[in-house]
Ligand binder design. Structure first.
Ligand SMILES: *[C@@H]1O[C@H](CO)[C@@H](O)[C@H](O)[C@H]1NC(C)=O
Ligand SMILES: *[C@@H]1O[C@H](CO)[C@@H](O)[C@H](O)[C@H]1NC(C)=O
Length: 356
């Protein structure tokens, strides 16, 4: 009776594979944003959310991982700031290994933005870490001197290594999409191409917002001499750019040849920095555990605003409650010579509105 153990073995194997598949679909590297807190250096195999290719990258570039974690965190925080007045506000779901909950399983504009901003966060954080000398494989930027730089100025100093950050983000972030063999023309392949396109948009956003920064030299600050280098824009600028791209995102679909094409031929083809999405967003009005929408109940809203933060749109017509609240702030500040500022504290009564 050799069948028993074999069948049992096959069953166990099946369970293990099935489990692995479930885990892979719900976990993502965004977890690194919460895992890499100050001073911790977990083993790659202990990091939930990494795909097999990402685990290999983690082993090869172990010293990069805290920086990847910071990048993920920057992306998530920027997403929450950009969307703070919207129904979907980029909130993370505590204890959920997918970080944002099932809501990003929908191939929506919101998913597009999240992929772009988190990838931009990795480019940002790795580029800066290279410059700071924190990583063994990279140092200052090797970028060519811009042709329009004043010819008396020196191209030197230590710039953010965006070329390296960009390449690393291609290898690390995109590997998750590239290591699966989806059938051509399927929804799954479409979603994978969508993620890849939006990851690239995030990388380009970091690159095209970068600028030249300079420092003056010369006799007592005369600035007759300048040293200049490549510098990343503040991350807020990258967030603002990608938020614009979110507003103008292009709806696409997957065709039978396994390529993304625009859903409505009236519109222009998206460029590499534009965001693309496959599915319309839900309205995010009500809490729905199956889609992962948290709903807007008890969200704060602005009674006088006509925009998305206004009570009308935020509360989806359900109305709102008003509470009196007192806020305490510093006021009547006076500058005293020299040098301190003295303030009073004022308490003010305000109405706070929140959705029913
Ligand atoms: C985001 O929305 C959720 C669900 O409505 C809410 O619990 C949370 O407080 C909101 N976050 C912010 C910063 O408004
Ligand atoms: C509410 O919206 C109005 C109009 O957009 C704006 O002027 C005001 O500052 C907002 N109030 C708060 C508390 O955000």
């Amino acid at each position: 009776m050799a069948h028993g153990p074999v069948a049992l073995g096959a069953l166990l194997l099946w369970i293990i594979i099935f489990q692995l598949q479930i885990e892979q679909t719900v976990q993502t590297w965004w977890n690194l944003g919460t895992l890499y807190l100050v001073g911790t250096q977990p083993l790659c195999s202990q990091l939930p959310g990494l795909s097999p290719g990402q685990i290999k990258m983690c082993q090869l570039y172990h010293d990069h991982m805290p920086s990847v974690g910071r990048g993920a965190r920057m992306g998530i925080q920027e997403c929450q700031w950009q969307f703070r007045h919207r129904r979907w506000n980029c909130s993370t779901v505590a204890g959920d290994m997918s970080v944002f909950g099932p809501v990003l399983n929908i191939a929506s504009r919101e998913a597009a933005f999240t992929h772009a901003i988190s990838t931009a966060g990795v480019v940002y954080s790795i580029s800066r870490s290279c410059k700071e000398g924190e990583l063994a494989n990279c140092g200052c930027s090797q970028e060519q001197r811009p042709s329009d730089l004043h010819r008396d100025w020196i191209w030197g100093g230590c710039g953010d290594n965006i070329e390296y950050g960009y390449r690393f983000a291609v290898n690390f972030v995109d590997s998750k999409e590239r290591e699966k063999n989806y059938k051509i023309g399927t929804i799954e392949q479409g979603r994978s191409l969508m993620n890849l396109h939006n990851n690239e948009a995030g990388r380009r956003a970091s690159y095209i917002t970068a600028r030249v920064a300079c420092k003056c030299h010369g006799v007592s600050g005369s600035c007759s001499l300048k040293t200049c280098w490549q510098q990343l824009a503040p991350f807020r600028d990258i967030g603002d750019l990608l938020k614009d791209k979110y507003n103008g995102a292009t709806e696409v679909k997957i065709n039978r040849r396994g390529k993304l094409q625009i859903a409505d031929p009236k519109f222009n083809l998206p460029t590499a920095v534009d965001l693309v999405y496959l599915d319309e967003s839900p309205d995010y009005c009500l809490s729905n555990p199956s889609t992962g929408s948290l709903g807007t109940r008890s969200r704060e809203c602005n009674k006088t605003s006509e925009g998305m933060d206004g009570c009308n749109l935020m509360c989806c017509g359900r109305g709102y409650n008003t509470q009196r609240a007192s806020i305490t702030e510093r006021c009547d500040c006076k500058f005293h010579w020299c040098c301190y500022v003295q303030c009073k504290t004022c308490t003010q009564e305000v109405d706070v509105h929140s959705c029913k």
